[in-house]
Design a protein around this ligand. Structure first.
Ligand code: ADP
Ligand code: MG
Length: 699
């Protein structure tokens, strides 16, 4: 039988159908290649036996060597265990077994030198390894011992079928050395040479069976480089192709609508950053290519206005536009704001959400199809199949982090010619991530807040200082300001969290009693009508304090609110804290954000709070967030299936990301169609990949 990467794993000697099924189910390993790319997650350094007296901590696996000095059977029945003392010339430690006690007892012999491997615990002043791996030390067996032993992730079910980490290592050894599988180079020769990379074959061999630590490092580097290189190639090629092939509507003129609004109704002058972004977009939309642009701008930086100007540009050129928001509250607020901006102009704006009545909806859809509506604002309801435009030319998606990539593609397929798409997000994305995940979008940044804003002052207070915080709130309310008090709600249904909120509401009510004070409360389990009623009272300034869960996180705009008290703030993520803080500081008054925490904080919790107190800069916060949480956690990205990295790490490998990005850019610039011989491998790679890319577009 001829073996290749794609050969089903069951055909590998030592696997067979039953184990193959388990490997598939437990580790997603279907083929030879899947197993070859199941890299070890750790290595046990067997180049050196650690003298027992040198064991200092419990964080690492270690290999040591010694003689059994004492064996003792302790306890009875379920608590029975076997304890042994292992000693070498430097000192002694304990070994313990809870299972297989009798067997081990017979195995352990005095006067035999054992190699002992495992992760130590520290117990009653002594180091102990439970269930160590052991073998008899053979002085002549140098080969085996002087290597780094790979450790693979496996599962209990697999182990029960004999697929331990050792067995996996053996299977891989069979493929690489018994079958002598040759792993073809995938990178162009000049890329390998210029970056002095290990060949692919050597890298795969070395990552499983490294001879030295230098070897291992070079193998890891090579494989990370390869992974990131192809990711960049995917993104950059798709982007380039899309640019070349996707014709878009041409917005040739800046007309009456844009100009009329700009010179007569713009309530303030644009910031330089806003002007720059409008210019960038204007340059895109007149090229005849479809625009796909990400607009990043911190909370309060004025993205809505930029979106509005773009939508007016569309109207000037005879097209409709729409704006999609993640929540009904936000869509309604956008509708109100934009309608107010345009009240003296001949532009027809409409709102479509889940709450529109059926008849209303029907009429609305009718006028949308006729072209009577110029700008449609709404929620997800906008992308339902029966919502049809006469000639949709420009789409704005607000707060991208709440939408997946799919929604973006859905807007795209509404017309035969795709509309221009502007995605706006207030959760700034660290540069490496933007490069990686939004590699297919062009990027604009509003890096300047409108003038006259006072940065929000952020303070950390422990729960024990609550009375002081109440006094501060009282003082602000006396000056006519309003206050938010927010409680974390991890899941809207969690009873416990709701109880926190209700308890908090009671204690606030006791300190700020009626009739002098009015308090609103909003949470996710209220009826929408009740929620709106309470929101409205707060917006109108009837209530002084808004006690709520994070439903107010996104977009709510009450400029008179100057204090944001966040309870149990250690339970929030950084980007959420930043969003919440963005609810204050929207008017001319000095605003405050007070982060309440328990007296004891975890390391991460402390770091998050310190970051918030230190800076208001959304980019700095998002970078810190990424470092603390790791990218696997990033909302939306994981679910949208963009992250599939086996070995590279978005945070730690920033420099390789940059390097591969530039390398790919360089290649595509010099050889856009990948026609030279040296790049044939890349062309073939993309050809194989093609199906998947198209599938992505359609979904
Ligand atoms: P975000 O970027 O968070 O969506 P918004 O578009 O809601 O921000 O704008 C925040 C506030 O700033 C709004 O009240 C808006 O009217 C105001 N604003 C926007 N642009 C300017 C500007 N150039 N000068 C002064 N105020 C502005
Ligand atoms: Mg906004």
């Amino acid at each position: 039988m001829q073996f290749s990467y794609d050969t089903k794993i069951e055909y590998l000697k030592g696997v067979g159908p039953a184990r193959a099924t388990l490997l598939q189910r437990e580790l997603g390993i279907f083929t030879f290649w899947d197993l070859l790319s199941h890299y070890p997650f750790r290595y046990v350094d067997r180049t050196r036996f650690v003298p027992i007296a040198e064991i200092r901590d419990t964080s690492n696996y270690l290999v040591t060597k010694g003689y059994i000095k004492k064996v003792e059977l302790l306890g009875t029945g379920r608590t029975q265990r076997l304890a042994a003392v292992l000693g070498d010339s430097s000192g002694s430690m304990d070994l313990v077994w809870f299972q297989g006690v009798r067997w081990v007892k017979d195995y352990l012999k005095p006067d035999v030198e054992y190699v002992v491997m495992g992760k130590p615990n520290y117990f009653n002043g002594r180091y102990t390894i439970a269930h160590p791996e052991m073998e008899v030390f053979k002085a002549e067996d140098k080969e085996l011992i002087q290597t780094f032993m790979p450790v693979y992730s496996t599962t209990e079910k697999l182990k029960a079928q004999g697929i331990s980490t050792k067995a996996i290592s053996k299977l891989i050894f069979t493929m690489l050395f018994d079958l002598e599988m040759q792993l073809k180079e995938t990178l162009p020769k000049n890329v390998v040479d210029d970056n002095r990379l290990m060949s692919r074959h050597d890298a795969i061999c070395s990552i499983h069976f490294p001879k030295t630590s230098g070897d291992l490092q070079r193998a890891v580097y090579r494989l990370k480089f390869e992974e990131l290189f192809f990711m960049q190639l995917d993104y950059q090629y798709v982007k380039k192709e899309r640019k070349e092939n996707n014709s878009g509507f041409v917005f040739a003129t800046i007309g009456e609508c844009f100009n009329g609004f700009y010179s007569n109704y713009l309530p303030f002058s644009l910031t330089n950053a806003q002007k720059r972004v409008v210019r960038e977009i204007r340059n895109d939309v007149r090229t005849g290519k479809q625009m796909n642009r990400l607009l990043q701008g911190d909370v309060g930086s004025g993205k809505t206005l930029v979106a509005l100007l773009c939508m007016l540009m569309a109207k000037d050129n005879g097209y409709q536009a729409c704006l999609m928001a993640p929540t009904e509250i936000l869509a309604t607020q956008h509708f109100a704001g934009i309608s107010r901006y345009l009240e003296h102009m001949e532009v027809k704006v409409a709102l479509l959400t889940g709450s529109n009545k059926a008849t209303e909806k029907r009429k609305l859809k009718e006028s949308l199809k006729n072209g009577d509506i110029d700008i449609l604002i709404g929620t997800h309801a906008l992308i339902e199949d029966d919502v049809m435009f006469k000639n949709l030319g420009f789409v704005v998606i607000d707060e991208q982090h709440r939408f997946g990539v799919e929604q973006r593609y859905k807007m795209w397929t509404k017309n035969s010619t795709p509309p221009h798409i502007l995605v706006m997000t207030a959760t700034p994305i660290p540069r490496t991530l933007a490069m990686t995940f939004y590699g297919d979008l062009d990027c604009s940044v509003i890096d300047e807040l409108p003038p006259g804003r006072k940065p929000v002052k952020t303070m950390h207070q422990y729960d024990s200082a609550r009375l002081k915080v109440f006094d501060f709130m009282e003082n602000q309310i006396a000056q006519g300001r309003q206050v938010y008090v927010v409680y974390p709600l991890i899941k809207e249904s969690e009873k416990l969290d709701l109880k926190d909120l209700m308890d908090g509401y009671e204690s606030v009510s006791r300190r700020f009693p009626l009739p002098k004070y009015q308090i609103s409360i909003v949470h996710g389990q209220m009826k929408p009508a009740d929620k709106d009623y309470e929101m409205d009272r707060f917006k109108k300034g009837i209530t002084n304090i808004m006690v709520s869960t994070t439903v107010i996180e996104v977009g709510v705009d009450v400029p008179n609110a100057t204090v944001m008290v966040i309870e149990n703030s250690e339970r929030f993520g950084l980007s959420q804290l930043h969003q919440l803080r963005g609810r204050v500081g929207r008017g001319g008054e000095q605003s405050y954000c007070i982060l309440m925490t328990a007296d004891k904080l975890s390391y991460d919790g402390r770091e998050r709070i310190a970051t918030m107190v230190r800076t208001n800069d959304g980019f700095e916060i998002s970078e810190a967030d990424l470092k603390l949480r790791g990218p696997g956690d990033l909302q939306g990205l994981q679910q949208s299936g963009v992250v599939h990295l086996k070995i590279a790490d978005i945070v730690q490998d920033e420099s390789i990301i940059r390097l591969t990005r530039n390398t790919v850019m360089d290649i595509l610039q010099k050889d856009p169609l990948l026609e030279t011989d040296i790049n044939t491998c890349l062309k073939n790679y993309l050809k194989d990949k093609k199906l998947q890319i198209n599938w992505g577009k359609i979904s």
